[in-house]
Write a protein that binds this ligand. Sequence first.
Ligand SMILES: [Zn+2]
Length: 337
Amino acid sequence: MMLTAVRCLSAVGLLLAGIGAPAASAAMAPARCDHVAVGLQVLGSGGPIPLPGRASAGYLLWVGGKARVLIDAGGGVFLRFGEAGASLADLDAVLITHLHTDHVADLVALLKSGYFTDRNRALSIFGPRGNGRFPGMREFVDAHFDADRGSYRYLRGFNAGEEGLFRLDVFEVGSRQGADATRQVSNGVQMRAVAVAHGPVPSLGFRLDVTDADHQYAIALSGDQNLRTTAFTSLAEGVDLLVMPMAIGQTSTSVQRSLHATPRDIGLAAEQAKAARLVVSHFMPRSLAAPESNRVALAEGYHGEIVEARDLLCLPLRPISSEHGSDLPREPQSDVQ
Ligand SMILES: [Zn+2]
């Protein structure tokens, strides 16, 4: 098992020196994540601009050979989901960081694919609560599947689990700063979510703690954010993998910085969180343009291993010490509705 994992990693070239290099070509055999105990697979390492080899945002948590949790579903993730060998029937939860198109545009297509499986159990979807400018997760889903007004009203069976479709249980996580939400989202997988600052856009960061018979594993994935709030960095303390969007370069405008974190700030946050590995992802041409200055800026703050995300990259998780796992404070489920 370990040999397989190591081969997957080395085949795609992990180190940050690769930033700016051409993305993995479509012809490259996809790394499989179904042979590792627990793994995170990148489905999309790109952003809102089409790039060769990079779908928009999406990640899969594999546990015991099954894809159990999908995080984000931007354009192209539908294709990558199939290339990864994942099945909609195995999914226990979908976590959406925010409702920008490059994080959610393929969600409906993926859900519909479940019609062609034998799935009949409900699927949980977690996403942000809305504000005046953005709908919440529930309104977003209703806009597609409402029986009378939904744009995909032919799929109204998602509302009650009828007509060959499975029920969608939609939960919204609040954007109150400092609020926290905790849920078990799959067998042995605990999710915690916090709001992160992404300009006017309700956006979330997630931590997933996985417990199997022998070990504990932990990852944290952030939606787009400017890192001007600290709740997510605290939440990510001691994780094995910290996945951060890197949508801007170190040389960026104030408008860009109001929405996104610079490489320097990402490195500092990863160091503060004591993450064992930092995965930078969600690239745009502007964040791929100056790889050397990005590398320097990231490494100024962070001294651990830095991984450049590539589509279909499988990252087997390494166990964390119980110091960072079992003693997690158990927050009340106060901000999930
Ligand atoms: Zn965004």
